[in-house]
Design a protein around this ligand. Structure first.
Ligand SMILES: [Zn+2]
Length: 202
């Protein structure tokens, strides 16, 4: 079948309407890589149901688990996929982007001087006026009080040692961090693919 036909067929699926307890917008699919690990933990890789169904019709993904919620077209019914796995493995780039969010994630959303999770900002470890650059190795999450206290000094000058020296994390390291911060929305069928090792260790 032509790809356009497949997309057209997928698009004809509409809400069946017999399960008002769950809105279609609440039925995203967790996307796993071909090795059955989530494509991304943070943000968690999820697709809206339309994208998931389209990918199923294009035979790019396999359905691993489904919601009870059904959608139907003129000729077929289908339960919405809740977990899908890519057929082709996607290589994750080795290093994540240097973004504010990723720095917070690396630092576990806590001040690297006192550990506080509140009033978080960023601090240049070696101040800019002393030649400090804006990079993974010189930017840490810091709470406003610590930032103010440290001022334009080095940690040594300010007698404020870092809890953890800042490093440029690999994508894998950052993904591991992300697992500690689960998103609010987790369908029960997702848990097996996200936190099985945590549960085993608990
Ligand atoms: Zn602090």
């Amino acid at each position: 079948m032509l790809r356009a036909d497949l997309i057209e067929r997928a698009a004809r699926f509409r809400s069946a309407g017999e399960d008002p307890s769950r809105h279609l917008s609440d039925c995203p699919a967790l996307v796993l890589n071909a090795d059955f690990t989530p494509l991304s933990y943070y943000p968690l890789s999820v697709w809206p149901w339309q994208t998931a169904i389209k990918a199923v019709f294009l035979e790019r993904v396999d359905i691993i688990a489904s919601y009870d919620r059904e959608v139907h077209s003129q000729s077929a019914r289908m339960r919405l996929p809740s977990v899908i796995a890519l057929r082709q493995y996607v290589r994750v780039s080795e290093f994540p982007a240097f973004t504010r969010f990723n720095v917070f994630l690396r630092d576990r959303f806590s001040c690297q001087y006192c550990g506080s999770p509140h009033q978080l900002t960023f601090d240049h470890v070696l101040p800019r006026r002393l030649g400090g650059t804006t990079c993974w190795e010189n930017i840490v999450a810091a709470c406003s009080p610590c930032n103010l206290k440290k001022g334009g000094r080095t940690p040594k000058q300010a007698h404020m040692p870092l809890l953890v020296p800042p490093i440029r994390p690999t994508s894998w390291q950052l993904q591991e961090r992300g697992r500690a911060f689960p998103p609010n929305h987790l369908h029960e069928t997702w848990r097996d693919w996200l936190y099985w090792d945590v549960e085993l260790e608990a």
